[in-house]
Design a protein around this ligand. Structure first.
Ligand code: NAP
Length: 459
């Protein structure tokens, strides 16, 4: 056989006969052991009890910690951090070994130092590498690793890290080098976070939903009940949600573009881009995508509610009673073409707006956004985004149409909610329109390229 071929095949074939030691025969140790055996490794467990149980993956050996450690260069410590002291008597056997820390905590920043750093302090002669903590035992066992093929790896010893990354690759997973052991803290906190960038958009939309729902309830159900003794409580099921959803969709879409215009105003005001934005603005910028997706969800629900309109019994009743009353009075109402125009353009704007909105949502998916370059991404998210905002705002304005100036639409002196929903998008669009004037756009572009009105370091 030709030697270059053997060289090319060497890493994968040579690795597969390697022995890997796992301390701890718990859920994670067994799941990882099973996966390693399937990938062609030999697995030796180090355990407090060397009895073979039926749970231990077939083909694995179970030895005492000290014996098992001698058999392998890589030792995976699948034991909770609070028991790490059991490793102290093994310090000599673990000298120079690669120790893989896979542990997680119950709380973010539970200990002053990360578990991996703690392990490295306990056993300074071993080479500690952090890996696998974001993979669950369940996913390893059931093979449902599609969404979490990435394994974060960090460690101070390059060679040890490389060995662990090879092991990760051999299991069909993708290692992501996160640098030195200092990164372990972040990697350990990672599985404990609860949708950090979704929290604000979801809480905000929840708050706004409750507020607008009660607002509509007051105007559409309580008001007619109080003044006309009419029971319209059935509106709670479809009509009111179908008022709240579009309002939230438009408001949240507007809120996606607010931080951008605020940042532009701030940069123009300060005459530099080298001063940090306030924390709230930074955080707001970072959750724009999530705000947009929540807005898209509301818009989609609005579309569904609208599609069922013709089969609603209330709508059918209204249409038939109109027909009957025309028949009884022997009159026919001619088609009002202005109204027909308004209603069709309102629908057309809504359809186009929703289509672009969906397109925006699709381009925010990682698999799509990774395949476009920076200019294309900016084009879609900014130009197309503003076009979506314009169409959806126009959709709402045409819907409101002639009602804006009619006093009877202000029950209890309160404006209908679609008027409220226009405030943010209109403000954003007006400011954006002003910002594209050359007298503002030119200095802003210069500032974003690094120009400063009052340079800090004059040449
Ligand atoms: P587990 O089921 O409780 O297993 C822990 C194992 O540690 C036990 O089976 C035991 O093995 C050993 N052990 C317990 N007390 C010990 C002591 N005082 N001295 C020495 N060994 C002791 O826990 P696990 O779910 O496998 O998790 C183990 C580690 O993996 C944890 O740090 C966890 O954060 C991490 N992890 C777990 C998952 C998961 O999905 N489960 C995912 C990522 C990371 P022997 O009886 O064989 O000695």
């Amino acid at each position: 056989r030709n030697s270059s071929n053997t060289m090319a095949l060497a890493p994968s074939t040579a690795n597969k006969k390697e022995v890997v030691c796992i301390f701890g025969t718990g859920d994670f140790g067994r799941a990882l052991g099973q996966k390693l055996i399937q990938s062609g490794y030999r697995v030796v467990f180090g355990s407090r009890s060397t009895k073979l149980s039926s749970l231990i993956p077939a083909g694995a050996e179970v030895l005492s910690h000290a014996e098992a450690a001698q058999r392998a260069a890589i030792i995976i410590v699948a034991v909770q951090r609070q028991h790490y002291s059991f490793l102290l008597p093994l310090a000599e056997a673990l000298q120079g070994k690669v120790l893989v820390d896979i542990s997680n905590n119950l709380k973010i920043d539970q200990y002053p130092e990360s578990n991996a750093q703690h392990l490295a302090q306990l056993l300074p002669a071993a080479k500690v590498v952090k890996a696998f903590n974001t993979v669950s035992a369940w996913a390893l066992q059931s093979g449902t690793l599609d969404a979490s093929r990435q394994v974060f790896v960090c460690g101070d010893d390059m060679e040890a890290k490389r060995l662990v990354m090879d092991l990760v690759r051999a299991l069909g997973l993708t290692p992501l080098d996160q640098g030195s052991l200092l990164a372990a803290r972040e990697i350990e906190n990672y599985p404990l976070q609860l949708f950090p960038s979704w929290r604000f958009p979801i809480l905000l939309s929840l708050g706004l939903t409750i507020f607008f729902f009660l607002y509509c309830l007051a105007l559409d159900v309580i008001y007619p009940y109080v003044y006309q003794k009419k029971d319209l409580s059935f509106l709670i099921a479809v009509s009111i949600p179908n008022e709240v959803c579009p309002v939230l969709a438009l408001m949240l879409l507007g809120l996606v573009y607010v931080p951008g215009v605020l940042a532009a105003i701030l940069q123009l005001w300060r005459g530099t881009k080298y001063r940090r934005f306030p924390g709230w603005l930074d955080r707001w910028m970072l959750c724009r995508k999530q705000l947009g997706l929540v807005a898209l969800a509301f818009a989609s629900v609005h579309v569904l509610y609208t599609l069922v309109t013709p089969i609603r019994s209330y709508v059918k009743w209204r249409a038939s009673s109109q027909a009957v009353s025309q028949a009884l009075s022997n009159t026919t109402q001619p088609l009002n073409t202005t109204n027909a125009w308004l209603s069709d353009s309102y629908l057309a704007l809504g359809i186009l707006g929703f289509f672009l909105f969906v397109l925006l949502g699709i381009t925010s998916l990682p698999s799509v956004s990774n395949s476009v370059n920076w200019r294309e991404f900016r084009f879609v998210q900014s130009k197309l985004g503003y076009l979506t905002l314009v169409l959806c705002t126009a959709h709402t304005m045409v819907y409101g149409g002639k009602w804006f100036l009619v006093p009877s639409s202000y029950k209890w002196y309160l404006p209908p909610i679609y008027m409220l929903s226009l405030i943010i998008p209109c403000a954003v669009l007006v400011i954006k329109f002003v910002l594209i004037f050359p007298c503002l756009d030119k200095p802003l572009t210069q500032i974003r390229q690094g120009w400063e009105r009052n340079p800090r370091y004059s040449e």
